[in-house]
Write a protein that binds this ligand. Structure first.
Ligand code: PLP
Length: 290
């Protein structure tokens, strides 16, 4: 298992980080998860742009240039045994010699990267869809930053697992924000609806791709706030993320999503979107554009 740490590729067992690292003490850092298909990254530049936005948001200088990130990610893929992988990378504010909330001076950031297998939802899971629960979004007000401070997300996701479900849909002040680790789309009367980007949700790379594909294929879209009450009235619900791609939510808080014949089953637009997503991915890969 080869990982990247502070400029070096080395075996995981030899990768050492100080217990005084601010990532460990304060969750003072940011991260990205980049999907790799057949040893090629998908949307790498978009992920690196969001990394920059997260770093700007926590006032931490980017330790690497875009070209350096690209080269290191490519090298990481070369060290990985997995054709389809997810590259996890994180940057923390580094290890000081004392514990003080205020930014340290003269401390180098810690840069860490590793690859693990990418397991996207298989056909069986896609045919059934997954269950979700709703919960109050009790995270902070900078959910647009992809920071290491994921304890709220962890606890919220566990609520889903405790109910035998896959995801928790978050509701703030009566409006849906996103999932604990995904963005949310709703279909009602043929219209695809998703919340607008704001400080209350992560600007998903997959969210952008899905909206773009919808527009390109002439699907009516509405980017607007979604009331929690609209969820159970929806014809389809999907979660999107780099690892889940487009996945139907077919049960919500113990009730079936959708109506009549389609209740509790993945809907036609979601299946179509999944195919468009696969096709787009394949086109991008074939063209070697990503
Ligand atoms: N929202 C949250 C809170 C996430 O953690 C993630 C990613 O895991 C997403 C949305 C989806 O983002 P992306 O499509 O860039 O993977």
């Amino acid at each position: 298992d080869i990982v990247y740490l502070n400029g070096q590729f080395l075996p995981l067992a030899e990768a050492k980080v100080s217990p005084l690292d601010r990532g460990f003490l304060f969750a003072d850092g940011v991260y990205e998860v980049i999907p790799v298909y057949s040893r090629q990254t998908f949307r790498l530049d978009e992920h690196l742009r969001r990394l920059q936005a997260s770093l700007d948001g926590i006032r931490l200088a980017n330790p690497l240039s875009t070209a350096q990130w690209q080269a290191r990610v490519r090298e990481m893929i070369g060290h990985s045994p997995f054709d389809d992988a997810q590259i996890y990378l994180q940057v923390t504010r580094g290890a000081d010699d004392k514990r003080d909330h205020a930014f340290p001076t003269g401390v180098a950031p810690t840069v860490f990267m590793f690859a693990s297998p990418l397991v996207t939802p298989d056909e069986n899971l896609r045919r059934l869809g997954v269950g979700a629960v709703t919960a109050v979004d009790n995270r902070w007000l900078r959910c647009d930053l992809k920071t290491l401070a994921l304890l709220a997300n962890v606890l919220l996701r566990q609520q889903a697992v405790d109910h035998g479900c896959a995801e928790t849909i978050l509701v703030r002040d009566g409006f849906v924000t996103e999932g604990s680790a995904s963005n949310l789309f709703l279909v009602k009367n043929g219209v695809l609806v998703t919340p607008p980007k704001s400080h209350l949700m992560l600007p998903g790379v997959t969210y952008d791709v899905v909206l773009d594909l919808a527009v390109r294929h002439g699907v009516p879209t509405e980017v607007r706030e979604i009331l929690a009450d609209e969820l159970l009235d929806a014809d389809e619900l999907w979660m999107t993320s780099s690892t889940k791609e487009v996945l139907a939510i077919t049960r919500l808080d113990g009730r079936l999503v959708g109506h009549g014949e389609g209740a509790g089953k993945p809907g036609p637009l979601g299946e179509q979107m999944w195919r468009w997503y696969q096709q787009f991915k394949n086109d991008v890969m074939r063209a070697g554009r990503d």
